[in-house]
Design a protein around this ligand. Sequence first.
Ligand code: 5RP
Length: 231
Amino acid sequence: MSGPDLRRAAAARALDLVEPGMRLGLGTGSTAAAFVTLLGARVRTGLDIIGVPTSEATRAQAESLGIRLATLDEQPELDLTIDGADEVDPALRLIKGGGAALLREKIVACASHRMVVIADMAKRVDRLGAFPLPIEVNPFGLTATHRAVEAAVACAGCAGTVRLRRTSDGAPLVTDGGHHILDAHLGAITDPETLGAALWAVPGVVEHGLFLGIADAAILAFDRDGQADIT
Ligand code: 5RP
């Protein structure tokens, strides 16, 4: 089965968790977009929910599908957030931010009673860190922050390089919040909690993509003899 088929299967299973009247956090990325598409179809047939999008891209998609939206200020307490992830470890620790939406994703997930990750099984890892860790930083003093992040990463026992994320035209990527992203290419993160704390201690770091103790469950789709199965 293709990646899109597996992502759609995970999204379809997550839709079973949605009940009328729920206040839903809507994630960002291709798997979350598959969920929003399915949700839009249910809304068209009468399901009444309110969605809080985690990015401008998700907002535009949900609006185009007629999903009723609110800001997190209007709905500061959510029932359920469904979002994708770049990596999921056995303790449900995540790396997120491949789509540069990690700040809003983390704020929305933490405002939710429950966060459920949807992904294909390729995102399941024994140890986080093969995927570069996104770190959202304020543009002011970028070079100094970049150096401080490199030092924090080394102090937390990780080796690797930290690179500014750029768009295809070479300009620094700007997030929905007006920040930049530093990607830490570490290969392996031995102690995510220590690394997360070290990054938070750096002035200029707005948020990092380690989601620790935030996800409640993961719906992971895999190929079993040509059919999508869920674990
Ligand atoms: C965006 C994210 C995404 O959830 C993550 O990158 C997974 O995306 P996809 O479902 O396209 O693989 O964290 O910031």
